[in-house]
Design a protein around this ligand. Structure first.
Ligand SMILES: [Cu+2]
Length: 66
């Protein structure tokens, strides 16, 4: 399981948008987004490039923290 920090989420709509953005990346499964913690966790079903994740999140209007 991988956990990343997502910056900029403020409501359930943001959670849905981030979840969808991550699920669109083919090799990512079981996405769970924690609004309070500002975190997203997921499983990798194959190799996933961190830059791809960053881009996807950015396109949705949020930012991946360090
Ligand atoms: Cu929102």
């Amino acid at each position: 399981m991988t956990t990343i920090t997502i910056k900029g989420m403020s409501c359930n709509h943001c959670v849905m948008a981030v979840t969808k953005a991550l699920e669109e990346i083919g090799a990512i499964k079981n996405v769970r987004v924690d609004l309070k913690k500002g975190e997203a966790t997921f499983d990798k079903a194959g190799p996933v490039d961190m830059d791809t994740i960053r881009e996807q999140i950015k396109k949705a209007g949020y930012e991946v923290g360090e």
